[in-house]
Design a protein. Structure first.
Length: 277
């Protein structure tokens, strides 16, 4: 009997039920992961809606992204810029949370409550001054070169990959800001406009200035349409929200790429056509 039991225990490892999993539990776990991201982004959008200084920081971040595109910042420079901007936004978020907590704990005026708020605001000030110094050191000479020399335009922002990534980041930031204004849906699902549609059509707009191969462009447009259609079919977005997202992404991407190509910053097939004719 013992031998039979031991054999059964040994072969339990090969029992097919051991490798089965509960699909419902897996979906619930995935749902929790998505919800945790949504809560985090909702906290960010709440700070953008309610805090005037956060709006200023976000606008400054967008300007910095545009400057990084125009001046063709190197990988190290982009890393320094990202750390500086993130540091400012993180300290502002912490300042907002400290203010909310202090207001809840101490509704009336208190010297210690004032001290807590002032110290948190001081942290934001230090981070903002640091970001200004970094921006000055990185961009001042490059911007002078751009305005002083026309030839410099042809040597700046030639790396299409970096430009493309920065455009997609800019589109994502704009989508989050607009969603916070409409206050509908969650940052990753639903709401005006559709972020998936915006990024998909931004990629198509970028490819218009990176290749003349009609097959690649046709495939990119078809994939963007599929992304938009899937959001409507799944009931996550309305047709209007998907259309608005696609329009936003396409206009932002093509406007930036057109600007870079028009001033000779971005060398592409349009420049080749102009030389031929």
């Amino acid at each position: 009997m013992k031998d039979k039991k031991s054999l059964k225990e040994r072969f339990k490892l090969f029992n097919r039920h051991r490798y089965e999993w509960d699909v419902k539990k897996e979906r619930e776990r995935d749902r929790r992961i998505i919800d945790s991201f949504n809560f985090a982004i909702e906290g960010l959008t709440a700070a953008i809606r309610n805090e005037k200084h956060m709006k200023v920081h976000i606008i400054a971040s967008i300007i910095i992204v545009i400057l990084a595109i125009v001046t063709n910042a190197s990988k190290v420079e982009i890393l320094i810029i990202s750390l500086s901007v993130s540091f400012v936004i993180i300290t502002e978020l912490m300042n907002t949370s400290v203010e909310a907590l202090v207001d809840m704990v101490s509704p009336e005026r208190h010297p210690l409550a004032k001290l807590a708020k002032d110290v948190a605001a001081g942290a934001v000030l230090v981070a903002a001054i640091n970001a200004l110094c970094v921006g000055y050191l990185l961009f001042y000479d490059k911007l002078l070169d751009i305005f002083d020399s026309k030839d410099m335009l042809h040597t700046i922002a030639a790396r299409k990959g970096n430009v493309s990534i920065l455009i997609i980041i800019l589109v994502a930031i704009l989508v989050i800001i607009i969603k916070s204004l409409f206050n509908k849906g969650t940052p990753l699902e639903g709401g005006m406009p559709s972020g998936h549609s915006a990024i998909a059509f931004a990629v198509f707009g970028i490819l218009l200035y990176m290749t003349s191969d009609i097959r690649i462009l046709g495939l990119a447009f078809f994939m963007a349409l599929l992304v938009a259609q899937s959001r409507v079919k799944a009931g996550i977005h309305s047709f209007k929200e998907v259309l608005a997202g696609g329009f936003l992404g396409f206009v932002v991407a093509t406007s930036i790429m057109f600007f870079l190509a028009s001033f000779g910053i971005l060398y592409n097939w349009l420049n080749i056509l102009n030389k031929k004719y």
